[in-house]
Design a protein around this ligand. Structure first.
Ligand code: CMX
Length: 132
């Protein structure tokens, strides 16, 4: 069911400053900037071959990304895997004992269905599933 790596999320305090480094200096092509209200983030997608890099700036103190930056500082936040049937895959993972942050998918960036798996079963890595 997993198609491949969709993107890597990086938590940043100031999106414009991070874009200066990743886009203008490193030269990664900027695909889009988008606000995802239900996640309280403003994000930018940069193209990196078949996968993307997602820079995530919190837009509210209650944002999971704001909590992450307060605790750990800026840096790698999550890995997103593309999947074909997100509901079915979440059901399979739940049966196998994987803790889900989202029991059902929600709408993420680009209007796609997304769901997060809790890092506690995954060697402290937050994994996002994205339906492709
Ligand atoms: N990677 C690894 N571990 C993480 C983590 C991350 N990104 N975020 C939190 N954790 C860890 C914390 O360090 C903490 O570990 P300990 O218990 O060992 O201290 C534990 O998870 C709980 O963290 P917390 O700060 O108390 O936060 P919550 O329990 O309130 O929430 C989590 C944790 C993962 C459920 C929450 O951050 C979440 O729901 N994340 C998914 C939503 C999200 O990140 N949205 C933004 C992305 C936008 C997008 O790409 O569309």
């Amino acid at each position: 069911m997993i198609i491949g790596l969709d993107h890597i999320g990086i938590a940043v305090s100031k999106l414009d400053e991070a874009l200066h480094t990743y886009h203008e200096i490193l030269g990664l092509k900027l695909e889009k900037i988008e606000v995802v209200e239900n996640q309280h983030v403003r994000l930018a997608f940069l193209l990196a071959g078949e996968a993307k890099i997602e820079l995530l700036e919190p837009t509210a103190a209650e944002s999971a990304v704001a909590k992450f930056i307060d605790k750990k500082g800026e840096g790698l936040h999550h890995i997103a895997l593309g999947v074909t049937n997100i509901e079915a895959f979440l059901g399979q993972l739940k049966k196998k004992g994987i803790a889900l942050v989202d029991e059902r998918p929600r709408v993420g960036a680009e209007g796609r269905k997304i769901a997060f798996l809790h890092p506690k079963n995954l060697r402290n890595v937050l994994i996002e599933l994205v339906e492709c």
